[in-house]
Design a protein around this ligand. Sequence first.
Ligand SMILES: [Zn+2]
Length: 259
Amino acid sequence: MPIQSATETVPAIVLRTRPLGESDLLVVLLTPEHGKLETAARGARNSKRRFPGGLPAGLRGLAGVARGRGSLARLERFEASADHSPVGRDLDRFAYVAYLCELTDELVLARHADALVFAALCTALAAVIEAIPRPGELRRYELALLHALGLLPALELCCVCGELALRGPDGGVAFDAQRGGVLCLAHERGALRLPGVVLAMARDLAAGGDPGPLDAGSVELRRGLRDLTQTALRAHLRRPLHSLAFFAAMSRSDAGGGA
Ligand SMILES: [Zn+2]
């Protein structure tokens, strides 16, 4: 949907900002109607009236946007709809929010509207900001994002022939991210095996299931699912995400990245 020249108020999430000139900010927003939108916020580094509390990544609210010059829209104001202050008080929350926003910014194309991605990011941000942040929320969001972008690996049917990929005697299912996901007995040659419980959990979360059982699950299950989503995502990222470095410094190393 094109942006109007008169200011229009839309739900939005701040994904990223950077300084623009001496007092302006470039603000990358995710919106349901216009997708990912690059905007210029004039005077944002000084205006407490139009941007009370600033524009931190992960902030959810209502944005006043209008058509600007060239490809940049104008961001006239931003009114937060949720309390963002817990993010500034806690390194875990900060890391989770930074990761969710950077991943979205890297993978979603500009102006590609997708209300499902917007809703999934709102849900994930609310969960990690308003409750104790847990890796299960990251996994569910990663799978929702991969699905929305058409990049979700096959989790049940062989990615070559479409037959059901059965568990072997060890309970594992052949999986090859490069080839597109799980493989049946006829096509599994040379592929690694993923535990059947990891794939079952991935299918459940991809369908929007509750991440609680994953967070309460074994280390093997949590690491298995983290490795599954990280492998699938890495194939589509142009560079390693800066925010993954935060997780390396945290006790919950199963949250993202790393070994
Ligand atoms: Zn097959």
